[in-house]
Design a protein around this ligand. Structure first.
Ligand code: BES
Ligand code: ZN
Length: 636
């Protein structure tokens, strides 16, 4: 974004003729001297830490600070139509060009003080979308963009009634992170730009709208919903959902929105949310966002959760009946500090959001459910990280990853999460928990409502922990963690006493010393089952697979994580009795973390691929655009 400074005058110069299409080429070539299109970036060139390589916007020239949205939800056409008023600040009151990010939007007109304003859509970049250049009048403080979204908007999923729990009404939800807000709002789609917002959302009368903002569970269901988000947030946290939603309180500040069919089960499963909120607040500083509610989405939601402020979006696939998967809630809640209050400045810095959040997740799980649970989750997290490290190219194992010219969605891995958390855990272990907690609380205060880069974080460490604990920490070590591949030698290690007996049972069974039915699994919890299955050898015989299945009924496992682990084993061993269940799983769930490894494993053999293609074709119309994009390569 920074480099656009130089391109800016050029763009302004080109603007005059910009309305005739002959100028498109020129205008976009002016954008080429700006940071995008990113393909043009020479990877040998050093990264400018502050530059957001995934936005066309020019906030250094002119900065949007507030949005007023007015959107009508049209389920028949699958479009959002309306306007956004963009309020901005600029140093000099002068003719200037406001560059917004868009993707597949139809721009109807742009106005300022009710007068039409000249604008120009540049050339579409496959990852970044299309820059919208608006010629801002000298004295203006705001412009209004009148627009509609596309039915294929990458950040919006439109669900038919059949894809919901209630089967009566359609459902809509947005997912903006990382760079999809631009597919439903023309804006400066960079995490360096924070805005407050107000919104009016018009829906069919039977439905309720909720947003990442103040929600009123008692709002009259009259088809018009008003929202305010008074704290400045980055664009990737703007979120909207519309459906046949009801509300149930869980605590004073916490509650659940869901379809009524799953509301009770969700409220029960997540009843510890209030306790998590209180515990986190006590340890790491005041919660800044007023309420913390959950929205339970239909199963096509492509993530486990999304930390939309005041209202985390949650997959229903974690409602297991025994709270075994609620670390997801701890995770999204923790983002209220690391992510939403202190935000990554660019997508290269995602590990600042996810690594600190994953570290906090472990801490919250320990506070609420005890050390044993935390240790089991840590072991499973480390195993998952190890598997990723074996699969990833070295350059993708770096916390401060180079994403120039790449789509951030394509590089989703455990590196920013578990490697990031392991680094934070090492800091804690080196200086001691008490000192580290004090540091974290101060960190969240010092950068509250700011977006920071990895480099800023390292400078901050220099001034704080490194200065105070020079005997325990070194700059070299920190550089190694953040800028090098792999896991540094001597990193914290994970161990769980609760897994010892699982290892023993697995080992004895594999050696033929005992039958599967001899294993006393009566008191095993979900984590122990996952550990049991995830550490089986890749190849088992048909006899071994059926023995396990007969003893433990794994093909019918109701827990979605256990089912995932088992189905992966079934694919790797072509265990056919599980394939009907596999098909049901692939067509019933859209959470990418659960389905992608299955598609990937299936794609390794021609028969597997044919099976995957059939399931994918059946599921496709119900999948989120992100899930389609992440998996279509495995079936074609
Ligand atoms: N913010 C992420 C989801 C995300 C990250 C979306 C990057 C797009 C780009 C969310 O908080 C998250 O991490 N979800 C995980 C939760 C898990 C690690 C507990 C998920 O969905 O699996
Ligand atoms: Zn996260």
């Amino acid at each position: 974004m920074k480099a656009i400074h130089s391109a800016f005058l050029l763009a302004a110069g080109l603007f005059l003729g910009a309305c005739d299409s002959g100028n498109q080429q020129q205008t976009s070539s002016s954008a080429a001297s700006a940071p995008a299109p990113v393909e043009a970036v020479d990877s040998a060139q050093t990264i400018d830490a502050q530059t957001d390589y995934h936005s066309f916007a020019n906030p250094d020239e002119i900065r949007v600070t507030h949005l007023d949205l007015d959107l009508t939800v049209d389920f028949d056409e699958k479009v959002l139509t309306g306007e956004v008023v963009l309020h901005f600040q600029r140093d000099e009151v002068n003719d200037s060009i406001l560059i917004l990010d868009t993707r597949d939007l139809t721009i109807h007109k742009v106005t300022s003080d009710n007068q039409p304003v000249e604008y120009h859509l540049g050339e579409r970049d496959p990852h970044l979308g299309t820059p919208l250049q608006i010629k801002v009048p000298k004295t203006a403080h705001q412009v209004v963009v009148h627009y509609s979204t596309s039915p294929e908007a990458s950040g919006v999923q439109w669900l038919t009634p059949a894809q919901t729990a209630g089967k009566q009404h359609p459902f809509l939800f947005t997912q903006a992170q990382a760079i999809h807000a631009r597919s439903f709002i023309p804006l400066q789609d960079s995490p360096q730009v924070r805005v407050t917002y107000n919104a009016t959302v018009r829906t069919p009368k039977a439905l309720r709208a909720v947003m990442s903002a103040s929600n009123d569970p008692d709002a009259e269901q009259d088809g018009v919903y008003e929202f305010t988000m008074p704290q400045p947030i980055p664009s990737y946290l703007i979120a909207l959902a519309v459906g046949d939603l009801e509300f149930q309180a869980m605590g004073e500040r916490t509650g659940v929105y869901a379809e009524k069919e799953i509301l009770d089960a969700a409220a029960k499963e997540f009843e510890d949310t209030e306790a998590m909120l209180i515990a986190t607040e006590e340890k790491f500083g005041e919660y800044s966002w007023d309420r913390y509610d959950l929205l339970i989405l239909p199963p096509s939601f492509p993530f486990g959760g999304m930390e939309n402020p005041r209202l985390s979006f949650i997959t229903p696939t974690v409602i297991a009946g025994d709270k075994s998967l609620v670390s997801l809630i701890a995770h999204e809640l923790a983002h209220s500090w690391s992510g939403n209050t202190v935000t990554n400045a660019t997508w290269r810095d995602l590990w600042l959001n996810e690594g600190f959040t994953t570290y906090l997740t472990y801490r919250i799980m320990e506070m609420i459910y005890g050390e044993e649970r935390e240790q089991m989750e840590f072991v499973l997290g480390m195993e998952s990280l190890q598997a990723d490290i074996e699969a990833l190219p070295a350059e993708d194992e770096i916390l401060a990853i180079d994403l120039r010219g790449r789509d951030p969605d394509e590089v989703f891995s455990d590196i920013p999460y578990e490697k990031g958390a392991l680094f934070v855990r090492e800091l804690e272990q080196k200086i001691g928990r008490e000192a580290f907690d004090a540091f974290l609380m101060q960190y969240f205060k010092d950068f509250a409502f700011e977006s920071i880069t990895t480099n800023q974080f390292v400078s901050y460490l220099d001034e704080t922990l490194l200065a105070e604990h020079a005997d325990k920490l070194s700059r070299d070590r920190i550089q190694q963690w953040i800028f090098e591949s792999g896991i540094p030698d001597g990193a914290p290690t994970a161990e769980s006493d609760a897994f010892v007996k699982i290892d023993n049972a697995r080992q004895q069974w594999l050696l033929g010393e005992i039958n599967a039915s001899d294993i006393n699994t009566e008191n095993w919890n979900t984590h122990q089952w996952l550990y049991f299955l995830n550490n089986m050898p890749e190849e088992l015989s048909d006899g071994q697979m059926s023995e396990l299945d007969e003893a433990f009924n794994l093909t019918q496992a109701g827990n979605n994580e256990i089912a995932h682990s088992w189905l992966l084993m079934a694919i790797n061993n072509t265990y056919k009795p599980a394939y009907e269940r596999l098909n049901e799983y692939l067509t019933g769930i859209g959470r990418n973390k659960l389905v992608k490894p299955l598609y990937q494993a299936l794609s390794q053999t021609p028969e597997g691929k044919a099976f995957a293609k059939k399931a994918f074709d059946e599921a496709r119309s119900g999948y989120h655009p992100l899930t389609i994009k992440a998996n279509e390569g495995y079936v074609n």
